[in-house]
Ligand binder design. Structure first.
Ligand SMILES: *Cc1c(COP(=O)(O)O)cnc(C)c1O
Length: 399
């Protein structure tokens, strides 16, 4: 890990209590909480049993640990343990929910509604279904990144079988009106799925009170391990999901394959920690995010915040700096890990489709930075990052 200022810096980098580089990309992935790691280690060492082994203590031990994790996940989101299906991550959960409902319900209709700003796991699953004869409506968003409920109402058809709208966006952190959309879907008996990979553990979710039929979770977005996730499937709903991975009949036959016991134990622990610490942590992280925003906005002109600030996860700040290239900014900010509003495809730089859906020009979308603050972000780190951003934007604008 680099701890000294790079030699090309023009100003001294006073960084008291800061270890460089600083990680402010918690939407891409979160570090494993040390308490999560500790909970997992026994299941990577002596406790190696297969949870499906019913005839000896190795299996029982692993099975008991998976049961506890199932309860911990369920408890965080207000669900019942039997509604939790373990998967390999939110990508698989999204695929299972969308393709699974489409396959199971295609006799009732072949129309699906989603939103332009969804994660690729949702958009590409929908694209795949279009090739299979389904019709998909991609709803636009308003300038604040939120779905217009009137436009949603107009998109509904008698043959609509599935609505999939994310809880929190991975670029802007914007929260969608999940309760309202869920209520409308329930009234019309349409399956409602939400990709909550960026929301679970960050904002309170209580499925006992919300009309959500299917919900995706990713372990590595809430300080758990990578390669493990959950699909919540509401038991009392009429929604049925056709399995997409066959063999062995694990997870009520919905997701076959030997359970990733260490990963599942870690995800359970991560959910337990989130449940206990969420209110206080959300408040602390929102405070740091607001501090970062105020510093930047008070020192620089031509800064805009992308997406609703009110309906947003605490750790997100997505800002555009008029007159600079996001890629130049990222290159210059070599001691801070953030993402820009530009995605590098194999041969060129594409402005973010999420920011463009909010009405940003290509230039402004590319001049954007996503800051993702998290559990381990400190105040000195935020102050250092703010100083570096201000200094760098000024320098780039001078050229
Ligand atoms: C990270 C993410 C995913 C994918 O999750 P994996 O567990 O990495 O497959 C899906 N949706 C959203 C919104 C995400 O942020």
């Amino acid at each position: 890990m680099r701890t000294e200022a790079p030699p090309n810096s023009t100003q001294p980098r006073a960084a008291v209590g800061v270890t460089l580089p600083i990680y402010l990309d918690n939407h891409a992935t979160t570090p494993l909480d040390p308490r999560v790691l500790e909970s997992m280690l026994p299941f990577l060492q002596g406790k190696f049993g297969n949870p499906a082994s019913r005839s000896h203590s190795f299996g029982w031990e692993a099975s008991k640990a998976v049961d506890l994790a199932r309860q911990q996940v369920a408890h965080l989101i207000g669900a019942a343990p039997e509604e939790i299906i373990f998967t390999s991550g939110a990508t698989e959960s999204d695929n299972l929910a969308i393709k699974g409902v489409a396959e199971s319900d295609c006799d009732r209709g072949r129309h699906i509604i989603t939103v332009h700003t969804e994660h690729k796991a949702v958009l590409d699953s929908c694209k795949h279904l279009e090739h299979c004869g389904f019709e998909v409506t991609y709803l636009p968003v308003q300038n604040d990144g939120r779905v217009d409920l009137d436009a949603f109402g107009r998109a509904l058809r008698p043959e609509t079988i599935l609505v999939t709208v994310m809880a929190a966006n991975n670029e802007t952190g914007v929260l969608q009106p999940i309760a309202e959309i869920g209520a409308i879907c329930r009234e019309r008996r349409i399956a409602f799925h939400t990709d909550a990979a960026q929301a679970v553990g960050k904002v309170p979710i209580n499925l006992a009170a919300q009309n959500v039929d299917l919900l995706s979770i990713s372990g590595h977005k809430l300080y758990g391990p990578k390669g493990v996730g959950v699909l919540y499937v509401r038991k009392s709903s009429a929604v049925t999901v056709a399995p997409q991975i066959h063999g062995g009949g694990h997870e009520h036959g919905l997701r076959s394959g030997t359970l990733n016991a260490p990963g599942i134990v870690g995800l359970g622990k991560a959910c337990e920690i989130a449940k206990n610490e969420l209110p206080e942590e959300a408040c602390r992280i929102a405070g740091l995010r607001n501090r970062l925003r105020e510093r930047i906005m008070s020192e620089l002109d031509g800064v805009t915040i992308n997406g609703s600030i009110e309906h947003r996860v605490p750790g997100n700040l997505n800002v555009s700096f008029a007159g600079v290239q996001g890629e130049d900014l990222l290159t210059a900010l070599d001691d801070i890990a953030v993402s820009s509003g530009a995605a590098c495809t194999s041969d060129h730089v594409e402005p973010s489709y999420v920011l463009k859906a909010l009405g940003l020009s290509d230039d402004l979308a590319q001049a954007s930075i996503r800051f993702g603050l998290g559990r381990f972000t400190t105040e000195p780190e935020v102050d250092y990052a703010a100083g570096r951003v201000i200094e760098t934007v000024r320098q780039l604008r001078e050229f």
